[in-house]
Ligand binder design. Sequence first.
Ligand code: GLU
Length: 445
Amino acid sequence: MNVEKIMQDLTAKHPGEKEFLQAVDEVLESIVEVYNSNPQFEKAKIIERLVEPDRIFTFKVVWVDDKGEVQVNIGYRVQFNGAIGPYKGGLRFHPNVNLSMLKFLGFEQIFKNSLTSLPMGGGKGGSDFNPQGKSDAEIMRFCQAFMLELWRVIGPDTDVPAGDVGVGGREIGFLYGMYKKLAREHTGVLTGKGMTWGGSLVRPEATGFGALYFVQHMLDKAGKELKGKRVAISGFGNVAWGAATKTTQLGGKVVAISGPDGVVEIPNGMNEKMIDYMLDLRASNKNIVAPFATEFPECKFIAGKKAWHIKCDIALPCAFQNELNGDDAKELLANGTWAVAEVSNMGCTPEAIKAFQEAKILFAPGKAVNAGGVATSGLEMTQNAMHINWTAEEVDSKLHGIMKNIHHACVEHGVEKDGYINYVKGANIAGFMKVAKAMLEEGII
Ligand code: GLU
């Protein structure tokens, strides 16, 4: 494989798909060596086949807002690769959603899902619908209109969507209700369901909890521990909340959370009340963190600054792709940060990752760190298929085991000659090998 040539061809075919091309480039750079040492891959054109989605659906979503006005959005589902199982991945509702973003997320999902060791292929979907400021009734009408199209192409053994940015328990409920009505079946076609109608315990907190289990193993391997360490978290959504909860439970100090309006500095670390308040903030649907400092006077709000502005040992990006750039990385390194774990998908830009790796600090990519969310979705699918419910302890211990194995796989494939663990390389190779082998065995399709 010639990475440069493949990237040139892909860029010519999909000009402007910035995030997607960035995600592919990172994977290709990591796997080129193992790929080229295995001639079967080249012969079967595994990479050329892997970078094109199996299929993409786009559809119009028409709904009526509370004022009686007709609204039109675009809906998408990218079924990227189904070599190791049914397509699996979330739905993102955000005004910035476009095909490049969903293709990047779907591509990442292939390797992430493979890392979980559960039988799930990679997929992603969503809409440019903006849930901010919408009433419950508007959200319901939108979700129903969205599912009116999507239901034809998904199924419990075909493609199983879930939540992502802008899609939480409420949206999954409305989507599921409509699917059930159309398909006349009560199956595990979506994950992240409510606990009384097929959801799995621990799924809501699984991404954040799983991330911290991964971080624990990473620190342990480096001879460090989380206890007493200063942790900066970006975001205040479901994932950030799970990460803050587990960090605090494990004795770490969450000294910053941030939103689009700025960062809240929490000098003595978050307490339980503050963690609960994150949920209120989220529910207020205003997308700001400033009220946090009014509610808790010991905290300080700094407008326009990111979480990376606050001195910390460990940085956990929990919001969006490319939210931590080269300048942020410099600021973190200057402040003595020695570990960064992406909890968001592709949370760091290539420049930031390069800076961390050159400084030889601990750095782990989203597809490994945040895989606990989709892994627990996989456990939800298993429970649905078996028509049983596991206890929270059972799910949590399975999640913990999966994160431990993912960490192990990253180390196995990521140790450099000088002993530095390149978690990006490790995650990409481990995720890729399983999918590539399945593609070889399943023939040219
Ligand atoms: N959206 C989450 C992710 O990026 C979860 C997907 C799922 O549970 O299917 O992995």
